[in-house]
Design a protein around this ligand. Sequence first.
Ligand SMILES: CC(C)(COP(=O)(O)OP(=O)(O)OC[C@H]1O[C@@H](n2cnc3c(N)ncnc32)[C@H](O)[C@@H]1OP(=O)(O)O)[C@@H](O)C(=O)NCCC(=O)NCCS
Length: 179
Amino acid sequence: MKNSIYQGGRHQEIIQLFAETFPFEEDKKEGSLIGKLAKDLLENTSNQYLKVFISMHEGVISACVIFSKLRFKQNHTNAWLLSPIAVKPTARGKGIGTNLIKYAHGVLRNGGVQIVTTYGDIRFYSKVGYKPISTKIIQAPLTIGCPKCWIAQSLENHEIKPITGKTYCVEAINDTRYW
Ligand SMILES: CC(C)(COP(=O)(O)OP(=O)(O)OC[C@H]1O[C@@H](n2cnc3c(N)ncnc32)[C@H](O)[C@@H]1OP(=O)(O)O)[C@@H](O)C(=O)NCCC(=O)NCCS
């Protein structure tokens, strides 16, 4: 298994990976909702706001994690949102997901990223350093239905200081269905 920064050219394979991973979130018109999210991120989001990491095995993409930029109204903290992640069903439970996230964090840290956040299950994400974060410290970009699923970590090993004001995500994920 080899982790790398996605260099483009395989959008369809990645979209398919997410669509197959989340088939139950069927949206009748559009198919898999997370497949649509992956497509919107890859096809309609400026490269400067997107960082995509893949794990390859025998020429096939076995896992992918996408980060997109989070911006703040009055603050220039370099923050990114992890969403979504998928590991092929046959490859799960072998450390590939946690390994890929740790690799991505390393690349992001070296690139000056200070904070990563996500909206997900802490039972998984705690294994790669995420902790619940109050919306009083960092607002979620949209109203969240599960406050304990709003989680984050400093890549600089600092305590996260409160960031005042509104948070903005990229347009692809600016949709209440993902929150
Ligand atoms: C979640 C996912 C990305 C994890 O990748 P993976 O390669 O299977 O995970 P790893 O082998 O690195 O797992 C590491 C640990 O996470 C745990 N874990 C895996 N999926 C989990 C889940 N959905 N909830 C809670 N814990 C989970 C494993 O039990 C393992 O724990 P252990 O080290 O204590 O045994 C992958 O299983 C997947 O694509 N699942 C479907 C999509 C999904 O649920 N994505 C969102 C995650 S909130």
